[in-house]
Design a protein around this ligand. Structure first.
Ligand code: NDP
Length: 346
């Protein structure tokens, strides 16, 4: 069985969801009540792949909400408790979705293997970042030409270039896509220089410097909500791939010539009988999902019960090839631009 650990996008949404599920005592509680609420295994489902492989899955709501991010101990406890529940339920491979993988890495939860009487087995968990990096790279390759952007002549800014997903996308774009130039954006300079050495290319720029030069911008950092960008300085056309979480770039960038694509999202070839993606505000919640969640499904389809994506900057092109081929074979496609927009740029 595969598992998905997720959370609601806000405290308000979480309360509504809890009410719908009949957990009224929790739904009515304030944030302090929610901080002590245990994770819940919300639903079980069956999925049959495009080549007829049948698997079972379960969704665990960690009862974490983004409003808890500032509460370090609570965030840590929420993630570890959800992982403990997944392991106790005998789930072979579980993806850490939304903020849970970021909390795991940034709060260094590797040091917290013992949760009460359970010793967490890391082999049972994956961040899903390899599939996410492959999906974002393919979204770029497929959609930029639809806007008339020639990849061989394109400058691509990667915002969050030194991150786990960002560095993998940079390697792919350098060694597989062969874009004209990579513009590397992050805050800390030394990791940027290390990445540049590793790639043997790319220019390190601030966000303000990179945006006016970029035909394509890949956002793989959780950016502050109040980020202000001067739209008049962007190229036309410009493809923005919003791979961060939460996905909030379309509010900032709507306008002629600027095309925002939800990054790291895949669509399964048929509906899945689950409700969990409704909380993630997917357009087609029965078949669209985060690529990191889909990675757990793919590993289960492939009987590959191992922490496929784990730690930072371990994603290789070979692993991206493996998960990408599995993704296509089992019936996933990457989310594309709105077809109506594509027609006007053809
Ligand atoms: P990492 O923590 O490994 O990397 C984050 C990167 O963003 C680093 O390069 C960091 O560098 C940079 N960064 C952070 N804040 C800023 C800022 N204000 N300005 C510029 N750069 C910044 O994260 P991951 O690679 O694991 O994840 C990246 C994003 O992708 C996250 O938002 C995550 O939620 C999302 N994601 C989406 C998935 C999906 O399925 N669609 C799945 C998994 C993750 P520095 O600190 O030096 O600035």
């Amino acid at each position: 069985m595969f598992g998905l650990i997720g959370h609601s996008t806000s405290f308000t949404d979480a309360r509504k969801k809890a009410m719908d599920l009949g957990f009224n005592h929790i739904a009515e509680g304030d944030l302090d009540v929610w901080c002590s609420a245990p994770p819940q295994l919300v639903e079980h489902f069956e999925v049959v792949s495009a080549i007829g492989k049948k698997i079972e899955g379960a969704y665990i709501d960690s009862c974490f909400v983004p409003e808890m991010l500032g509460r370090f101990k609570t965030a840590r406890r929420k993630v570890l408790n959800a992982m403990e529940l997944a392991q106790k339920k005998g789930i072979s491979i579980t993806a850490l979705g939304g903020f849970t993988s970021i909390i795991f890495e940034n709060f260094n939860l590797l040091q917290n293997k013992q949760v009460r009487n359970t010793t967490l087995d890391w082999e049972r968990f994956t961040t899903g970042n390899t599939h996410t990096a492959w999906v974002i790279s393919r979204q770029l390759e497929i959609n930029a030409p639809l806007l008339g952007i020639d990849l061989k002549k394109a400058s691509v800014a990667v915002v969050g270039a030194t991150g786990d997903i960002g560095s993998a996308v940079c390697r792919w774009l350098t060694e597989r896509t062969y874009v004209k130039e990579l513009l590397l954006v992050a805050r800390q300079q030394q990791p940027l220089k290390d990445l540049q050495n590793n790639l043997q290319g790319g220019r390190i720029l601030s966000l303000e410097e990179a945006l006016p030069e970029a035909d394509i911008v890949v956002w793989v950092a959780s950016m502050p909500k109040n980020l202000q960008i001067d739209k008049s300085k962007l190229r036309n056309p410009c493809l923005m791939i919003d791979g961060g979480y939460p996905k909030n770039l379309d509010e900032k960038f709507s306008g002629s010539g600027i095309h925002v694509l939800k990054g790291g999202i895949v669509e399964f070839f048929e509906d899945i009988g689950w409700n969990m993606m409704e909380i993630a505000e997917m357009e087609k919640p029965q078949r669209q999902m985060f690529a990191c969640f889909a990675e757990a499904m793919l590993l289960e389809f492939e009987n590959c019960h191992t922490n496929f994506s784990w730690g930072r900057n371990n994603i290789t092109l070979e692993k991206m090839d493996f998960i990408g081929e599995a993704s296509l074979r089992h019936g996933f496609t990457t989310l594309g631009l709105n077809p109506n927009l594509q027609v006007s740029f053809a």
